[in-house]
Design a binder for this molecule. Sequence first.
Ligand code: NAD
Length: 424
Amino acid sequence: MKTTEQISSVYANVTRQFDKAADLMGLDPNIRKILSKTTNEIVVNFPVRMDDGHIKMFIGYRVQHNNILGPYKGGLRFHPAVNIDEIRALATWMTWKGAITNIPFGGGKGGIQIDPFKFSKAELERITRRFTYALGNNIGPEYDVPAPDVNTNSRIMAWILDTYLSTLPPSERARSTHVVTGKPVEVGGSLGRDKATGQGVVFTIEEWAKDRKFDISKSTYFVQGFGNVGSWVARLMKKDYGATLLAVEDVTGAIYGKDGIDPEKLTAYVRDKGGVVGFPGTEAIDHETFLGTQADIFIPSALENQITARTAPLLNVRMIAEGANGPTTPEGDEYLQAKGIDLIPDILCNSGGVVVSYFEWLQNKRSERWSLKEVDAKLRKKIVEAYADIREVAGEYDTDWRTAANIKALKTIELVYQERGIYP
Ligand code: NAD
């Protein structure tokens, strides 16, 4: 993903989105002041012993944007580009996500500035555990609940769980397993959490298709990022609808398959080889060619700031489903709106992850285990309701869907502040 244009910071984008929605709805100016700041920003520098015996220092973050609706909730990202600005932005989006899906969670996000592929498994485990220890009681099952994000997975969540529980008095451990979600099913994870974000993306595409009388089974799509979100969306679009995957890009490069790419086989290939490049039956293409793929739907599922003033004109699609957080800049948005390209905004499109995290949290609190069928049905209901709410707000304010989603979130939160008031 090379870029030569100047792009504003991710948090600056969040602020512009927020201002647009707040202006349009006339958000209470006092509540606006509160929501335009993060509540807590925890920065930890922590030492970890490497395999060869030397000590290396790492920097990690946890930003807690707002918890008026419930415990801070949001993923942990392990990536070299992690910085406070990005984590602030991601934490803010989490607050809006909890609000539009009507779950009792606020917004948080965290991460470590690290390239996890440069460390052994044992080193990664010690880094994760020491980070968890450094965060201490800044996280907690009723206070701030992390989950997986870029380059983190259920195994990393299991290490966090184990470390956190080890710091508690023995009598409190069994009832604190909801300190983290996205755990392996064997250690208290929920069935369906692994695919939840991708599944939620597909549910939003289904709703859009109903509105547009669009036949998904005949559709073509391409995906940027082939990790948890991208690979699940790709597989479900094929398995449930028979749609055709044309191109995929990940950190190793981009591929195009003129007769379609089998997402199941590609998933197995990526597991084995570590990236999509070289997948049999496909040709390697460059980034610009990838973005220009002629298809019905583009599903960005990697990082922020991908659809910009420069790259939006390259797109040849009818609709964009934002699996990733923040893939489109405000300038990118303006271009897409002018061209009449539909967009399902990130906080709605990828909210399946946090919704099923909420289900996992509930199951842990109640010592229950729900079936996959139950999880999927409850997820679908949440997504369909949120989609309908945002459609209504978009109509009411005659605005784009991102702004409508933000307005929906802000209205929900505004009401709670108005009822509760500000102490003292
Ligand atoms: P992941 O680590 O599983 O996968 C990330 C993918 O992006 C990988 O295929 C990687 O190769 C690719 N990628 C990284 N850098 C790239 C680059 N420069 N160009 C092209 N591809 C690149 O991460 P994930 O959990 O799938 O998260 C992806 C996005 O979805 C992020 O924006 C994340 O915040 C968002 N998201 C994730 C979840 C979740 O439940 N995991 C929930 C909601 C939103």
